[in-house]
Design a protein around this ligand. Structure first.
Ligand code: GLC
Length: 751
């Protein structure tokens, strides 16, 4: 008897713990049984939820969280920014940070740097490390990665994205998503779609051809969903076909959910929902940031005022809607719960582990691009030399600011610190001196996170330049760290840049220094290309990106030769905006033209599919630096391109290419394969990137790389059939290590 009683008590206790008062079933409820099929668990959970519970899980309850179902033992759902690191906790309904002392993070390099590594393995490690940091912080969804296409060098958030090419973006976003989700943290790929500039992001109605939409702007998202199996997608603020992208029947219901089979949740951007009926019917699943207008004020009961909150519930009760759309939304939310908060297999996570710093360093080192190195000024030979470091970007912290991707980094090594920390510098009586050179943004706080730096300097530009020039006259090397700095209009969310030119009088500074020192090196810190009128006067130029916590360590290792640079540009570096398609059709194409008396600005992507190198090829323009360009401290030869099957009927191709390290130190290079459709019924780009591989080679070593492509690589989007189409005929494949250095080609035929 006692045993029986004990057993009953045990079952009662157990079922009570799981929020089930029913004494009856000793059976684990299906929705709580991890051994059951996830769809069965969803059905079971849905059947147990009340209308109020269903409404509660489809909208935010605080700045970054939405409700679980406590009665059923399903925890609240916490999201957080951002693509480069886990944002500090904020107050319940504020943007201000909560001032915790345990939420400093590793700031990973910005995604343009990751893209510039052209290394999918680095992307996987990046996503995995970020996922561990998110887990440790109790976040179930990271609001990233951002993958909008770099359509113009003025795009304020290009630093958060992966460049101008849809194929490179596709190859780099998939492993990032897989790495992140491998530890049970959902990605939320953003900003879907056509959010390619910032100034009027809430009002821009993008007009774009179906070809450009499918061939340029969607492939990254398609790959993230179909290959990466992304669990979340964030709707963008802007408008397409006159519907906001957070509730858009074309992009969300048709393309994302029906055509691509997306089974996760569509999350609004903060304040991106604008209409109840569209929010109900056009594919939105979780509404965030509404009424707090996404960015500033909130109302006392803001969350009840959301479209997908009380007003939706009232409309259902009044019979305006059945629960058809609601149940579909809740199914997707439940699927996300079972993948994240209810996933008992996920690991614990780590914050600021050495492994994460290693990943941040590796991505930075692999993403830094050596643009120019006349006379092999680089790498620096420091022994017994005097190095003058110049520029605000040599000392300014960059992990704070830029908008929602701003972070509270546990540490950030500045370029100057990175050089000073180097053992080789310390042990070879190398002297490092510093001159400010220019004053840019002396701020240094965002949402209550401050850098703690006092960058105040009241000297005039002339005094600042004079001081630097005087010191440069007696230095063996001058390294200028300039560029942008994530302050407003300088690579920052919410605003586009007004010009491609460097701000803060930097052109004058760089020109003056190059005039007095033949070993002048310019390191550009930015997420965007900048115009370089002094390019011919400066022997060495390095693109340094926003590199995060390990910025200085990575930059110093490249500049001093411990790391052989291997980054390649993920976008075309125009000489000026005149070389960019988006700026070749007047203001209708950028930033757009306001509709009379409306809060809508129509922006027509008149350049169509001719974005980036596709444009400069078509117009026969020579950019400052080409897409895919990046030098090394050694040299490489790409040769012997062969098509294993010169005639294909299914469109699948296999190519082999030899890559040789023709120099005398180990290095990595990226062999790139571009394809030309020789004759087609529609206009196509001269060439398009369709495969690549990064290889590391010892001096003299040759590797034969095998690259495969499929029928999609030969196809264009056929507007007549609303589908991909590869026309039989002749194609050419080109191979090389930059889009302007294709050293071999081979013809092949699609039967
Ligand atoms: C911002 C951004 C988005 C971010 C979200 C939450 O407005 O557009 O990228 O994830 O709001 O901060």
């Amino acid at each position: 008897m006692k045993l029986k009683l004990a057993l009953c008590l045990l079952i009662a206790q157990w079922s009570m713990f799981n929020g089930q008062w029913s004494m009856a079933s000793a059976q684990t409820p299906v929705y709580l049984d991890p051994s059951k099929d996830i769809e069965a668990r969803i059905d079971d959970a849905l059947s147990r939820m009340t209308l109020s519970e269903k409404i509660a899980v489809i909208h935010a309850q605080s700045k970054f969280s939405s409700a679980g179902v406590k009665r059923l033992g399903m925890p609240d759902f916490w999201t957080d920014d951002g693509p480069h690191g886990v944002r500090p906790d904020v107050l319940w309904d504020e943007w201000e940070q909560a001032g915790q002392s345990n939420d400093s993070c590793v700031a990973f390099p910005a995604l343009t740097c990751l893209a510039a590594s052209w290394n999918p393995e680095a992307a996987q490690a990046y996503g995995h490390a970020l996922g561990e940091e998110a887990l440790y912080r109790g976040k179930s969804m990271i609001l990233g990665p951002g993958i909008n296409i770099y359509r113009t060098p003025l795009g304020g958030r290009n630093f958060e994205y992966m460049g101008e090419d849809p194929y490179l973006t596709s190859r780099m976003v998939v492993p990032y998503v897989q790495g992140l989700q491998s530890v049970g943290v959902a990605s939320c790929v953003k900003h879907y779609c056509l959010n390619n500039d910032e100034e009027y992001r809430h009002n821009v109605n993008v007009i774009v051809s179906d070809r450009a939409l499918h061939e340029i702007y969607l492939p990254g998202f398609e790959a993230a969903v179909k290959e990466g199996k992304a669990w979340g997608v964030m709707g963008a603020y802007n408008i397409y076909k006159d519907e906001h992208n957070c509730h858009n029947q074309y992009t969300l219901n048709k393309i994302l959910k029906q055509d691509w089979g997306f089974d996760g949740v569509v999350v609004s951007d903060w304040g991106g929902a604008h209409d109840l009926d569209q929010a109900v019917k056009n594919g939105l699943d979780m509404e965030f940031g509404t009424w707090t207008n996404g960015l500033s004020e909130g109302a006392s009961n803001a969350y009840d005022m959301y479209y997908l909150s009380k007003q939706y519930q009232k409309a259902i009760v009044e019979g305006k809607y059945t629960t058809k759309e609601l149940d579909e939304k809740v199914r997707r939310v439940l699927r996300t719960f079972f993948r994240t908060t209810m996933n008992k297999q996920k690991p614990y996570g780590f914050l600021c582990s050495e492994e994460h710093y290693q990943t941040a360093r590796l991505v930075a080192q692999q993403g830094i691009v050596l643009l120019q190195n006349e006379g092999n000024v680089l790498p620096i030979q420091p022994a017994g030399k005097k190095i003058l470091v110049v520029g605000e970007n040599a000392i300014k912290m960059m992990t704070v600011g830029g908008g929602s991707s701003s972070l509270k980094a546990q540490h950030e090594i500045s370029p100057l610190q990175g050089l000073q920390n180097c053992q080789i510098v310390k042990s070879s009586n190398c002297q490092i001196d510093y001159a400010r050179g220019y004053v840019g943004d002396v701020g240094g706080s965002y949402n209550g996170v401050t850098t703690g730096q006092n960058l105040k300097d009241d000297r005039s530009p002339e005094e600042l330049i004079a001081e630097a020039v005087e010191k440069a006259k007696t230095a063996d090397y001058v390294i200028i760290f300039g560029g942008l700095n994530k302050s407003n209009y300088q690579d920052c969310e919410g605003h586009d840049r007004k010009t491609m030119d460097l701000p803060y009088n930097q052109d004058k500074l760089i020109t003056a220094l190059a005039a007095v020192n033949k070993n002048t090196i310019y390191v550009n810190i930015s997420g965007n290309a900048v115009s370089m009128p002094w390019r011919k006067q400066v022997p060495a130029i390095v693109q340094g990106w926003f590199l995060g916590s390990e910025a200085g360590t990575a930059l110093a290792s490249v500049l001093l030769g411990d790391t052989n640079p291997s980054g390649k540009l993920p976008f075309t570096w125009y000489e000026s905006l005149d070389q960019c398609g988006a700026h070749s059709f007047g203001e209708a194409a950028f930033p757009g033209i306001w509709r009379e008396g409306k809060k809508v600005i129509d922006e027509e992507y008149k350049e169509g599919i001719f974005v980036g190198y596709r444009w400069t090829d078509k117009q026969k323009l020579k950019p400052a630096f080409a897409f895919g360009h990046g030098l090394s401290y050694t040299t490489f030869k790409v040769s012997n391109l062969k098509a294993q099957n010169p005639v294909t009927t299914d469109g699948n191709m296999t190519f082999t290419i030899d890559v040789t390290n023709t120099g005398n130190i180990e290095g990595s290079d990226v062999v790139q394969l571009y394809i030309t459709d020789v004759k087609c019924s529609v206009e196509r780009p001269m060439k398009e990137l369709k495969a690549f591989q990064k290889v590391t080679l010892k001096p003299g070593e040759t590797q034969t790389v095998t690259l495969t492509t499929d029928r999609r690589a030969l196809s264009f989007w056929d507007e007549a059939t609303d589908d991909w189409k590869a026309e039989p005929g002749e194609f050419v494949a080109w191979a090389g290590n930059s889009s302007d250095r294709l050293t071999c080609k081979v013809k092949f035929t699609l039967k």
